[in-house]
Design a protein around this ligand. Structure first.
Ligand SMILES: *Cc1c(COP(=O)(O)O)cnc(C)c1O
Length: 407
């Protein structure tokens, strides 16, 4: 029964029933100054006895592990993204098993659809038709697209500097776009005030517990796609740290359900120009006036909203973090495109850049998965930095053959 799903506060451990207006733990949320990581983030707890009540076939249905009934989800298809064996990278690197989980193939082109899908269903179940979100770009275009599929209205707060494609997506999907003269952190706080004043549902990452819960579905998919072949290392990009917590939540739930023996070594990758979670994780350092500046816009955040939870989750599963430079990200994006046919956006290429950086410390017989969270077409300007545009040829076949420098 869905009523048996509960919320548990990640800061104080108190347990609550799931309600539409409950976003952060009422005991911990007072302690949340603007522009800081959130205290009192709520995590969904699976019902007691769920493990015993599901047969093998039911365990293959992800909706049995989510707190909202399947009938409330919009009819757009989210998740079940491809897991591709990276054969050329295996050959070059000597690794036996490298897999690419390409979440850029979600309907709006990013991993964020997993969260928006559950948020939309939650809103539908609670008879809410308006959803508000602040975003660096992908959460916005995602919420706009999924809301369009569900017949809901999305209100989007986005820095005006977000990549064009992401802004255009929002408008195409018919969302109300509110570009903000300021950064993502400013948009986050404004959107919260807007949703509170208007009584709309906020989809802000980490703030709405369904964002973490929705993202756990990728771990369930990986588990069934690899059919019991365990993952040794999983690389993923980190901005606010909700993908990180969602992925870990998924593996933790799978273990609780007896569907997984061991949780992979999770490696969170940040840009060295957006390293809030890394600094907290490695050095217990919190710089609240930190200014991020990476080209990987989807992981460019000053203050990571889910930092406290993400650090705790990663420590619980003995994960690690690493940093990569913008140059390494652009190099990895281009190399991955050439070697796998998967063109992902810079933030996602951070996963591959992190792997390239650490690969000499990983035994070659280990199974490695790279989580690729977004599609490369979402940010053409960054991708242009690592390719050279050929100049136009005379429209003459002899000229072309004589002048083409084939490598
Ligand atoms: C949002 C996003 C991330 C980072 O997720 P966080 O939860 O903010 O850590 C990584 N890649 C892409 C494509 C994203 O849209």
């Amino acid at each position: 029964m869905k009523e048996d799903f509960k919320y548990k506060c990640d800061s104080c451990g108190r347990i609550y029933g799931i309600e539409k207006d409950l976003m952060l733990c009422p005991h911990c949320r007072e302690d949340n100054p603007e522009g800081r990581p959130l205290k009192g983030v709520l995590k969904v707890m699976l019902p007691e006895g769920l493990k015993q009540s599901l047969n093998e076939k039911e365990k293959q249905n992800i909706f049995n592990f989510l707190p909202v009934e399947e009938k409330y989800f919009p009819s757009i298809s989210v998740g079940n993204t491809p897991l591709v064996e990276a054969e050329n990278i295996q050959k070059e690197s000597g690794f036996q098993s490298i897999y690419l989980k390409f979440d850029g193939s979600n309907p709006t082109g990013s991993f964020k659809d997993r969260a928006s899908y559950l948020v939309s269903a939650f809103a539908k179940k609670n008879n809410i038709n308006e959803i508000v979100v602040a975003s660096t770009g992908n959460a916005a275009s995602s919420m706009a697209g999924i809301a369009a599929a569900a017949g809901q209205k999305a209100f989007i707060f986005m820095p005006e500097s977000a990549p064009k494609a992401k802004l255009v997506q929002c408008l195409q999907y018919g969302a109300e776009l509110i570009p903000v003269k300021g950064n993502y952190d400013r948009a986050f706080d404004l959107s919260l005030k807007f949703s509170q004043r208007k009584g709309f549902l906020s989809r802000n990452t980490a703030y709405n517990p369904m964002t973490i819960e929705g993202k756990k579905t990728v771990s369930f998919e990986l588990n069934s796609q690899l059919q019991g072949k365990g993952i040794d290392y999983l690389f993923l990009p980190v901005g606010d740290g909700v993908v990180l917590s969602g992925v870990i939540k998924g593996f933790t739930d799978l273990k609780l359900m007896g569907m997984l023996d061991r949780i992979p070594k999770i490696i969170g990758v940040q840009s060295d120009k957006s390293s809030f979670v890394y600094n907290a994780f490695c050095y217990n350092r919190f710089e609240f006036d930190y200014k991020a500046s990476t080209i990987a816009d989807s992981i460019s955040v000053n203050v990571a909203r889910n930092c406290y939870s993400a650090v705790k989750d990663l420590k619980d599963v003995e994960g690690e973090m690493t940093l990569v430079s913008d140059e390494e990200i652009l190099y990895a994006q281009n190399k991955l495109s050439r070697m796998s046919g998967i063109f992902c956006e810079p933030s996602s290429a951070a996963s591959f850049a992190g792997f390239l950086k650490l690969s000499e410390h990983i035994p070659k017989n280990k199974t490695v998965v790279l989580l690729l969270t977004g599609h490369g077409l979402k940010d053409i300007d960054s991708a242009l930095k690592s390719v050279k545009f050929p100049k136009a040829f005379e429209a003459d076949i002899d000229y072309i053959i004589d002048n083409l420098n084939l490598q």
